[in-house]
Design a protein around this ligand. Structure first.
Ligand SMILES: [Zn+2]
Ligand SMILES: [Zn+2]
Length: 308
């Protein structure tokens, strides 16, 4: 691992320690995800850059029509279906004992050619849930587990291969709640800089962008009197609820934190996820840690996919 990435992993570990020390009741969540997040950094070192693909995407120029840089097909194509990284990503997921059997069945299906990973990735990112469910049925695992597994395979490839692209779009004007790079929804809203600028962090590629302080990232409605959930002892963390679309997003004031705190900040607010979902709101982006059973009321929660 190169020095920069190694320092990055150390810094992620420290950010996890800070959350655990501040909120000891979150220790099980932090410890479950700490390994996944740091091992993903290791996986990314094994993924080769795709300079040609990124150069091609950059040459598309700015996006005045408000479309994200990557199409759904571009995103699916970022995965090398036969690479060792896919196997390593699956191994990493065994840290979640609840889906070990599902992972083993997926590995078996890949070994025996019983599943076309490329096609499954396309179904996932294009939101064709019936196709993903059919593939899950062939493997013999629940569709939700298969979507989760596919999302986890996809994420390191997208994070690594959009790194250069993210830098390219960072000074581009963008006013939407979805990510300007990959089009996914944000997992976190945070305040940064002296003036407390509001930014959103993408749940898939990790890019962050400036966003209107009052608007809902999901439906763009502005509500001056929207409901905020927070607990007294944690004034720097809260959840913002939208009465129009019944979605919520967790938010943090990160003006005093290290830059890597952004990558793990949402993990430190799982208790707010639970409160928000108990009140019948669904997350703006479904992430591995905010899938709190039972599903939130009548809101169709799987309209967006599951990454972490
Ligand atoms: Zn993104
Ligand atoms: Zn909304």
């Amino acid at each position: 691992m190169d020095e920069t990435r190694s320092a990055h992993v150390d810094s992620l570990q420290q950010a996890c320690d800070t959350i655990r020390d501040t909120s000891p009741f979150l220790e099980p969540v932090i410890e479950a995800f700490r390994g996944i997040i740091t091992r993903r950094e290791l996986l990314k070192t094994a993924i080769q850059e795709r300079p040609d693909a990124v150069a091609g995407l950059q040459s598309r120029g700015p996006s005045p029509d408000g479309h994200p840089r990557l199409t759904r097909k571009d995103i699916a194509a970022l995965v090398d279906p036969w690479s060792g990284t896919v196997r390593s990503a699956l191994e990493t997921l065994k840290a979640f004992p609840g889906i070990r059997q599902e992972i083993e069945r997926t590995v078996e299906a890949l070994d025996q050619g019983g599943v076309d990973l490329n096609a499954c990735m396309e179904s996932l990112v294009e939101g064709r849930q019936d196709d993903t469910a059919a593939a899950a049925g062939r493997i013999g695992i629940p569709p939700a587990a298969f979507e989760f597994i596919l999302g986890q395979i996809l994420k390191p490839f997208v994070e690594k291969r959009t790194e250069k692209l993210r830098a390219h779009v960072s000074d581009m004007p963008w006013h939407r709640g979805c990510c300007p790079v990959c089009g996914e929804m944000p997992e976190l809203s945070f305040l940064q800089g002296e003036e407390g600028q509001r930014r959103l962090r993408c749940s898939l590629c990790g890019h962050d962008w400036r966003f209107d302080r009052m608007a809902c990232p999901y439906c763009a409605e502005k509500h001056a009197d929207r409901e905020i959930i927070s607990i007294e002892t944690e004034p720097n963390r809260w959840a913002e609820m939208c009465p129009s679309c019944r979605r919520y997003i967790v938010a943090a004031d990160l003006r005093a934190g290290c830059p890597d705190a952004i990558a793990v900040a949402a993990l430190g607010m799982v208790h707010l996820d639970m409160i928000a979902q108990a009140r019948g709101y669904a997350p703006v982006a479904a992430c591995a840690w905010n899938l709190v059973p039972p599903p939130a009321s009548d809101v169709k929660r799987n309209a967006n996919r599951t990454y972490m």
